[in-house]
Design a protein around this ligand. Structure first.
Ligand code: AMP
Length: 283
């Protein structure tokens, strides 16, 4: 496994491998790796010849009062995990290399970037689409792997790739959860034992809505109310949003007649967590 720290070295590696026609799979991450990330790495291992994992805590996707400074960084343990998964390259550039001090160019998926997490985290998705574009340009992957955990991110990146004709396939992998239902997240490390219990309200609210959906309920407002009721019973949680939207456009849906994304975000103490499910009346 190769540890690549500069953009120049990454480009040189890609140039050398292009000649051999090997299919390169990219898994973009911010590190602090867990089984959710590793599921993407395993999918990449299965579907590509060369696997590159980028580890970059991207400053432009954090708001001024968010957790960029304290975000967990453990390159050593991340490297050990990735070595075990037979990853070929870890790309871990510095902030200075990725963002020259006078950089003023952004990639924005307009409209969609203001929905769901984009509403409460202004500029977040602009940071995501800009850094993912940069990674695509530097690494030139044939295929890139993302988690359904960040459902809005998936929709926005798919739209960006389509709108800008980026020559990369996007693969989406299911959400990996703890046995009690909590979606794995690097931010779960912030939770104290009490908060860890309270955090189950996210998956519990989605399960409740899933059950009502399975019983035939289709009215979004009613389903949202049922989901929000779970939060009313959990004083340690502060709901950011509970929404039902079209999974491709992220536009709100009033009656579920086709595939729908049910997405939730909430603060547990100071930790902001997200979760979602996809439902489909056709199945
Ligand atoms: P992050 O390091 O949080 O930026 O996440 C990197 C990638 O891992 C993103 O595509 C996430 O959607 C994905 N990911 C994070 N948590 C999970 C999870 N619990 N299950 C599946 N994928 C995940």
């Amino acid at each position: 496994m190769k540890l690549v720290k500069t953009i120049d070295e990454m480009r040189a590696f890609r140039k050398a491998t292009r000649k051999s026609g090997q299919r390169l799979g990219l898994v973009p991450t911010m590190g602090a790796l867990h089984e959710g990330h590793l599921s993407l790495v395993r999918a990449a291992r299965e579907k590509s010849d060369l696997v590159t994992v980028s580890i970059f805590v991207n400053p432009t996707q954090f708001g001024p009062n968010e957790d960029f400074a304290k975000y967990p960084r453990n390159l050593e343990s991340d490297s050990a995990l990735l070595q075990r998964e037979k990853v070929d390259v870890i790309f871990t550039p510095s902030v200075e290399d990725m963002y020259p001090a006078d950089a003023v160019t952004w990639v924005t998926v307009e409209g969609m970037s203001d929905r769901l997490c984009g509403k409460s985290r202004p500029g977040h998705f602009r940071g995501v689409t800009t850094v993912v574009s940069k990674l695509f340009h530097i690494i030139e992957p044939d295929v890139a792997f993302f988690g359904q955990k960040d459902a809005a991110q998936v929709a926005i990146i798919r739209r960006m790739v389509r709108d800008l004709n980026m020559p990369v396939a996007i693969e989406v992998c299911p959400i990996i959860r703890e046995s009690d239902g909590l979606a794995l997240s690097s931010r779960n490390a912030y939770l104290n034992p009490g908060e860890r219990k309270s955090a189950l309200v996210l998956s519990r609210s989605l399960q409740r809505v899933q059950k009502l959906f399975d019983e035939g309920k289709r009215d979004a407002e009613r389903l949202i109310t049922a989901g929000k009721q779970e939060f009313a019973k959990e004083p340690a949680a502060r709901l950011d949003y509970f929404e039902i939207v079209d999974p491709d456009s992220l536009e709100p849906i009033s009656t579920i007649l086709q595939r729908a994304l049910i997405a939730v975000a909430a603060f547990i103490g100071n930790t902001r967590l997200i979760d979602n499910i996809l439902v489909d009346p056709q199945f």
